[in-house]
Design a protein around this ligand. Structure first.
Ligand code: ADP
Length: 494
């Protein structure tokens, strides 16, 4: 168990200004340094170097050189496995420090961050350490005088651009499988939440990852990210973030070297409650956490609640009670269950949905406002909006905040139709005791992930990816390797 005094000691330590990691050396960038503000109390945390396009060029050149000379890419699998396991061990050993550092710039409540950030990242490094020597090629069924082989060749240089909501978890989802196959990586964290990933980069070096294999370039999306997106020598770009940025990245690929672009974008994930849910009280509790944990700043947040008319009022009251019982506040106070909204910009965006929702006929059942303003931090009350119809703004568009949109349905067909009535398709859930109905919903819901009688917690054994405007490609599981390898065939005359 972690005690409050240890967290308080860690949070009191000043955060040193951070540089870029290029070719194993901490370097200054040409861009204007960025200031980092803590969402916990609005105070200034530290300063980060910004990478210009020249700096990104240097990082990519270092990554390419490392890939070509084989210092990592040509090491035996067992050697790469040892390094990735060592990284996992270090993340685990430093879990509390990493969690607190990350919370100071991103605002996630400690109870969630300790598992979802260092906990998950360590698990991901371990998963791909174990998996990397299980990726075998194929022998093709050729004529007798031919040997046909299919290899999984590492792509070379991987660019990764990640968001601020779970930097370590999402960073590790890209980094670990890419490194496992022998690739080099140039990673850009979100400019407002880079600290835990910069520490991870130090850990990687200390654990024996050769210099130049993993480079970190901090800086704004419009400059540093844009330079990565347009780079002529990055082979694959793996991204998690917003839809508009995802579109820009695809466009940049088309305008540059046609690098493969994998996008994990937002969602508007439906959570369907049938009257025969095995345990409505449990469903209400999990549904509340499915949207309100990390203040709803979760790409797979269960942000649309679809409730059968027969239990609608009763169930919404249960979720309301759960929402109102949540303690929101300082994410580093172990008594709190929900932390801060990441920034003033994000909070203004979340609140901008309220007036429109009401104007369109929705009813704010609870929340709908900023709270704890006196702390200097950015906090929002868990919010439930009932009476939401499929053409409403809050039904169709991702808030990425603690806002639950509730709609009513009468039949299974209507529930599935409502579930599928947005442009997104990331996560979803159905709560029912009817096995056949559960399977019909799994088949009928257009999403990369369908939960049944639970929400969240899907581990590394299953892929995560979206359909529709939630993106393409998959993080986690053996399928993540597809992004970071090319199939190479050999046709050999014997
Ligand atoms: P969010 O709303 O979660 O901040 P963004 O898509 O804006 O989503 O940010 C996700 C990541 O994409 C961040 O690292 C950000 O700096 C980066 N980013 C933003 N704009 C661009 C861009 N034009 N080109 C490349 N990267 C970008």
């Amino acid at each position: 168990m972690v005690d409050q005094s240890r967290i308080d000691t860690l949070r009191a330590a000043p955060v040193a200004a951070r540089k870029l990691l290029i070719d194993g050396k901490w370097q200054e960038g040409e861009g204007r340094p960025g200031e980092v503000t803590s969402p916990i109390d609005g105070t200034h945390l530290t300063t980060l170097e910004s990478a210009s396009s020249n700096d990104v060029d240097r990082a990519v050149a270092a990554a390419r050189a490392a890939f070509e000379d084989g210092r990592w890419s040509k090491q035996p699998p067992a050697a790469r496995k040892r390094v990735l396991h060592a990284i996992a061990d270090r993340i685990q050993a430093e879990a509390v420090e990493l969690a607190v550092l990350g919370i100071r710039d991103n605002g996630t409540e400690f109870g969630m961050a300790i598992n979802a950030e260092p906990g998950s990242a360590a698990g991901t490094f371990r998963y791909y350490a174990e998996a990397l020597d299980k990726v075998a090629g194929e022998v093709a069924p050729t004529p007798e005088n031919i040997l046909g082989l299919v290899h999984h060749a590492p792509v070379g240089v991987v660019g990764a651009i990640v968001p601020w909501n779970f930097p370590l978890m999402i960073g590790a989802w890209k980094l670990a499988p890419a490194l496992a196959l022998g690739n080099s990586v140039v990673l850009k964290p979100a400019e407002s939440a880079s600290l835990s990933l910069l520490r991870l980069a130090e850990i990687c070096l200390e654990c024996g990852l050769p210099e130049g294999v993993f480079n970190v370039v901090t800086g704004p999306g419009s400059e540093t990210g844009n330079a990565i997106a347009h780079h002529m020598d990055i082979d694959v770009l793996a991204f998690t973030g917003s839809g508009p940025t995802g579109r820009r990245l695809m466009e940049a690929s088309a305008r540059s070297n046609l690098k493969r672009v994998y996008l994990e974008l937002g969602g508007k994930s439906p959570n369907i409650i049938f009257p025969d849910a095995p345990n409505l009280a449990q469903a209400a509790k999990v549904s509340a956490m499915g949207i309100f944990r990390n203040s709803g700043q979760v790409c797979v947040a269960a942000s649309r609640l679809l409730v059968h008319a027969d239990i609608h009022d009763e169930f919404v009251a249960m979720v309301q009670a759960e929402a109102e019982a949540l303690r929101v506040g300082d994410p580093l106070d172990l008594n709190n269950q929900v932390g801060a909204v990441h920034s003033e910009t994000q909070l203004a965006h979340d609140l901008s949905f309220m007036d429109k929702a009401v104007a369109e006929g929705g009813e704010i059942v609870t929340g709908g406002k900023r709270i704890l303003e006196e702390t200097g931090g950015t906090y929002m009350a868990p919010t439930i909006i009932a009476g939401v119809e499929r053409d409403h703004n809050v039904f169709q568009n991702e808030v990425f905040g603690p806002v639950l949109a509730v709609s009513r349905f009468k039949t299974e067909e209507e529930a599935i139709s409502l579930a599928n009535a947005t442009d997104f398709g990331l996560s979803s859930a159905v709560w029912t005791s009817d096995l056949s109905r559960a399977h019909r919903c799994v088949a009928g819901i257009r999403a990369g992930l369908v939960h049944v009688n639970t929400y969240g917690g899907a581990d590394n054994t299953v892929p995560l990816g979206g359909v529709g405007q939630s993106g393409n490609g998959h993080d986690k599981s053996m399928h993540a390797f597809d992004k970071y390898a090319d199939l190479k065939a050999a046709w050999i005359q014997l």
